[in-house]
Design a protein around this ligand. Structure first.
Ligand code: ADP
Length: 979
């Protein structure tokens, strides 16, 4: 073949335009190919090669390289074509080769069913219309298939065509071949939650230099903050400086201020405390000190500061910002900064993040570190409980919290403590000692062998006198003769690896902090990044500091109602739940006899952390109200057999901290024998039914609701408390068990990464549960710093795998030569039947070319967790109290009449849809949503909710693991060269 022939110019876009008048490059979202890392297409002739090239370019491929002179192209022509995804320059790739040795394919006739032919390529695109238009315009014969999905709204469509080489290729608008979700509707579905993060979209304008510091008391999660600020900042094109030792480092300057690189924060997610140090700094409280700090910022070129600390640190930050113009002027006058610097650094941007274990900051529902601290407290109290039980002792446990009782109250709820003392709600009685003793005594009379009392370090009585642990001990010893010990938990509460919740909270808040820096204008007040209603908020910092001080002020003025009001709305609700469910009542909560009911509790589906805690609370609250709580053992089969028992106050003691399901649970549904279900309900006089479980419980509730027409005994209040690790139940943001599961996953991932880091360069493909929902993978991915995740909402493609392998190679090549490094990829179990965990592992192993190796880790039932996490226990308590209230609400009218007619069985309720509901957590509220109203947002086929608030976290997983890093570096280099 002649040299000229080989160097023949490649077709250009205009060449295609002439062939295909409607040709324009357009975007698709996913591409799937059924082959290897790229698809090889052989053209037997030059003519066929050209036609194929033109065809693939017309449907959206672009020429990446042509290897005219390479060895491979010795026969003539070789072209690599790629379809690109948004943030990633590697996706579906075709290697089009002129290969005269290949035999021409038989032409597929126009009238055969293409779906039955061998399909070489499946391309999933949200832009099917465009494809259709291109194919029609190029008069390519194409076949269409339309498949109506279950809910009749979504139409999944496929278009088949034959390329000039005779290969059948398919285009689809399905998210993946195995899913019924559509790309179009998928995007619509998530429209309400615009991803806040654009992958690697860099800040345009002057390069920001951001300083980050941690100050005041250390809190678990501060490292996750620094990591996210550094990494997100870098992808946004900023320079990030860590300021070591808090404000002291700012005042001292020099080596305390260090520019951070991507790799500097590797592994920080799992580390407790703060790796850049914190200090209490007296000089910063003086103007002199702040003047020095300002000078250091300017000399390092830093024009924005992100401060992570408690209210003291944030007060300091606000003072600093308000003084900035004066400080600048003084520095200019003393000749320490030039006029040019003065002009350049006229405005200092400060953004606050609240790192505090006390959860004592107003304007945010929760602070970074508080949940981890609660973990430590609950672990300690759980351990103390077993020794207390063995010796029949009383323990008084003192926890941190000067003006804030959050830790003490939440620990009280989560461990089922007998009594708690908090600063915001001192005992209302003068003789609180006697009240406490009465409560402990009542519990002991019921047969309880242990007494646990939790005291916040700032606890007071209503006259503002401190209530100290030692004093309580003396009372219990003297008045009740109990063998009582005091445990002051002290600094153990600060320590340890952050819980999943704190890692996620710190990460998403810090990303928002960087965004807030980039958004800031000279006139905007310094913001504080917080969380309200499960949403990230950005509110004026000074206002938050003022409100926080107002709590202490209100307490000092004995205005306790105001102090409670200033806490987040959940706080008062949780306090009431605690009282209602833990302390055996002295009959004051009891309902009149005719309103007392028989309420059954039944567990459905797989066990999830918090099921037992919810059951315990239902039992105790129901007893306080005068109801009869009934436990149905072993789910619906148990109900069919009539295995139903009354549960007593003592029988559920200790259930708060127990994992699994004490009642027994399974996946059986009521419709196997609805008649028998109805019969047993009638026989046992069940007047309200609370189901605790996941999607199986949801389906069961639906079936029971439908059967009400036929069976009067089902016309009673029916409700579900969502409990499943998958978090796929419609009508709630969180199911019980998800938090426990996330913690179990991150503990496992931390151990896996540590093992790999000690020995070799290894990638673990970790399989997590979740059914058809990617919640666990997304959130655990964020909390464990996973390299990437594979979730059912997106599917897996070879192209994606290829890109991921390349990214791992880039990362390992970038690592220090001597260092081993472990990385993890999370894969939801049901994401693909083809790309199993083993297949992915093998691909990584082979394609890693000895740069790294690969192993699998299938976490399986470990993910249900041993002991439920404090968050799950607290959520369980709250939902359980509300579920009893729900039953009372929907039964009261009917029971008035039932009582009058002297019958035990309820008379017919109205068929109100409200009386069959899911009890869910929406933001910070608990809401009852009729199951009827939830059907529209239920994807029955995939057993999940169509809403997925957590999906907005998805892009962060890839971004913070380094996706876009190399592109970002290249851009930096280009910019530097330009300068
Ligand atoms: P926390 O941030 O955990 O509440 P502190 O109250 O000890 O902890 O504050 C931490 C640091 O913040 C202090 O050591 C000091 O450097 C700085 N700071 C606190 N209050 C002020 C203030 N009013 N003015 C200037 N700096 C302050």
């Amino acid at each position: 073949m002649s040299r000229e022939k080989k160097q023949q110019a490649l077709p250009t876009a205009s060449h295609y335009s002439s062939l295909f008048p409607t040709y324009q490059p357009f975007e698709a979202y996913f591409w799937m190919s059924d082959g290897l890392s790229h698809v090889v297409l052989n053209a037997p002739t030059v003519g066929a090669f050209d036609q194929a090239l033109a065809f693939y370019c017309s449907v959206g491929f672009q020429i990446v390289t042509d290897a005219k002179d390479s060895e491979e192209s010795i026969m003539g022509r070789l072209t690599w074509l790629s379809m690109f995804s948004d943030g990633d320059k590697r996706d579906l790739t075709i290697r089009l080769k002129l290969n005269p040795a290949s035999s021409p394919k038989e032409v597929v006739s126009n009238d055969v069913d293409y779906t039955l032919e061998d399909i070489v390529l499946v391309i999933a695109t949200s832009n099917l219309q465009k494809i259709e238009q291109v194919l029609n315009d190029s008069s390519k014969h194409c076949q269409k298939h339309e498949i109506q999905s279950d809910d009749k709204k979504d139409v999944s469509r496929e278009i088949y065509t034959v390329d000039p080489l005779g290969n059948v290729i398919a285009f689809t608008n399905k998210a993946s071949p195995f899913s019924s979700s559509l790309l179009d509707s998928y995007h619509v579905r998530h429209e309400g939650i615009p991803p806040t993060i654009e992958l690697a979209s860099r800040h345009v304008g002057q390069k920001k230099k951001i300083g980050v510091l941690t100050s005041g008391g250390d809190a678990p999660g501060m490292n996750a903050c620094v990591r996210a600020v550094v990494r997100y900042g870098i992808t946004k094109g900023c320079d990030i400086f860590a300021i070591y030792e808090g404000y002291q480092g700012l005042v001292d300057g020099g080596s305390f201020i260090k520019k951070m690189e991507w790799k500097d924060v590797r592994g920080w997610l799992a580390v407790g405390g703060t790796s850049i140090g914190t200090a209490r700094c007296m000089p910063f409280k003086t103007r002199e000190g702040r003047l020095q700090a300002a000078n250091n910022l300017i000399s390092n070129g830093i024009d924005a500061l992100i401060v992570c600390g408690g209210d003291g640190s944030l007060t300091g930050a606000d003072v600093f910002r308000s003084e900035w113009p004066g400080l600048l002027k003084e520095l200019k006058e003393s000749g320490k900064v030039s006029q040019e610097e003065c002009d350049k650094y006229q405005h200092l941007t400060i953004v606050g993040l609240v790192g505090s274990i006390d959860n004592d900051m107003s304007s945010t529902d929760i602070t970074i570190g508080a949940v981890t601290s609660l973990h430590r407290i609950c672990e300690s109290v759980d351990s103390i409980s077993s020794t207390a039980l063995s010796h029949s002792r009383a323990f008084v446990v003192e926890v941190m919290g000067r003006h804030c009782g959050w830790l003490a109250l939440m620990a009280g709820i989560a461990t089922g403590a007998d009594f708690v003392f908090i600063p915001e709600r001192p005992p209302s009685e003068d003789d609180w000692e006697q009240v406490m003793c009465d409560v402990a005594q009542r519990h002991r009379h019921l047969g309880k062998r242990k007494t646990v009392i939790i005291v916040a370090e700032g606890a007071i009585d209503k006259n503002l006198n401190a209530i100290k642990a030692e004093y309580i001990k003396d009372i219990l010893t003297d008045k009740l003769g109990l063998d009582t010990r005091v445990t002051t938990l002290g600094h153990t509460q600060r320590g340890g690896s952050p819980a999943a919740y704190d890692r996620i909270l710190a990460t998403i808040q810090s990303v928002e902090a960087v965004e807030a820096v980039l958004r800031a204008t000279p006139d905007s007040p310094s913001p504080l990044i917080g969380t309200s209603n499960n949403q990230i908020t950005c509110r004026p910092l000074m206002k938050a500091v003022e409100l926080t001080h107002a709590v202490a002020e209100a307490i000092s003025q004995k205005n306790f109602a105001r102090a409670m009001e200033l806490r987040d709305p959940q706080f008062a609700d949780e306090y009431d739940s605690y009282i209602a469910s833990t302390i055996i009542d002295d009959q004051t909560m009891r309902l009149p006899e005719h309103q007392q009911m028989r309420i059954a509790i039944l567990h459905v589906g797989a066990p999830a952390g918090g099921m037992n805690a919810a059951t315990r609370t239902i039992v105790r609250y129901a007893l306080n109200r005068g109801h009869t709580p009934l436990g149905v053992f072993n789910g619906f089969p148990g109900l069919l057999r009539g295995t139903i028992e009354e549960l007593t106050w003592l029988s559920v003691d200790g259930w708060t901290s127990r994992g699994g399901s004490e009642l027994g649970t399974n996946r059986s549904q009521p419709d196997v024998d609805m008649g028998m279900v109805a019969y047993q309900m009638q026989k046992h006089c069940i007047q309200g039914l609370i189901l605790i479980g996941g999607f199986e419980a949801y389906s069961a509730l639906l079936a029971l609701e439908k059967a009400r027409d036929k069976y009067p005994s089902l016309r009673i209040p029916l409700c579900q408390i969502p409990a499943t690790v998958s978090n796929n139940v419609p009508g709630t943001d969180f199911s019980l068990g998800t938090d426990t599961s996330l913690n179990a996953i991150i503990d496992a991932c931390d151990a896996i990464v540590q093992s790999a880091r000690s020995s070799r360069r290894r990638v673990f493909v970790v399989e997590v549960q979740g059914g058809k929902t990617g919640y666990l993978a997304v959130e655990a991915g964020l909390a464990s710093g996973a390299n990437t995740i594979y979730i059912p909402e997106e599917g897996i493609s070879l192209a994606r795998l290829q890109a991921d392998v390349q990214h791992l190679i880039d990362l390992y090549n970038d690592d220090d030569a001597e260092k081993s490094e472990g990385r993890i990829i999370l894969r939801t179990e049901s994401v693909s039947k083809t790309y199993t965990t083993d297949v992915i592992c093998n691909i990584l192993q082979d394609e890693g070319h000895h740069i790294f190796d690969s192993r699998t880790a299938v976490l399986g039932h470990i993910q249900q967790g041993g002991t439920p996490s404090p968050m799950d226990r607290i959520r369980a308590t709250r939902l359980a109290v509300k579920s009893v209230e729900f039953v009372e609400l929907h039964a009261s009218a009917a029971f008035t009449e039932a009582h009058d007619s002297g019958k035990c069985q309820p008379i017919e309720l109205t068929h109100s849809k409200e009386s069959a509901s899911v009890i869910g957590i929406m933001g910070t509220d608990v809401k009852f949503t009729p199951i009827d109203d939830l059907l529209g947002e239920t994807d029955m086929k995939n057993r999940k909710s169509k809403k997925a608030w957590w999906y907005e976290h998805r892009p962060l997983v890839d971004l913070l693991s380094g996706r876009g890093l190399f592109a970002s570096r290249e851009q930096d280099e280009r910019e530097n060269r330009k300068e």
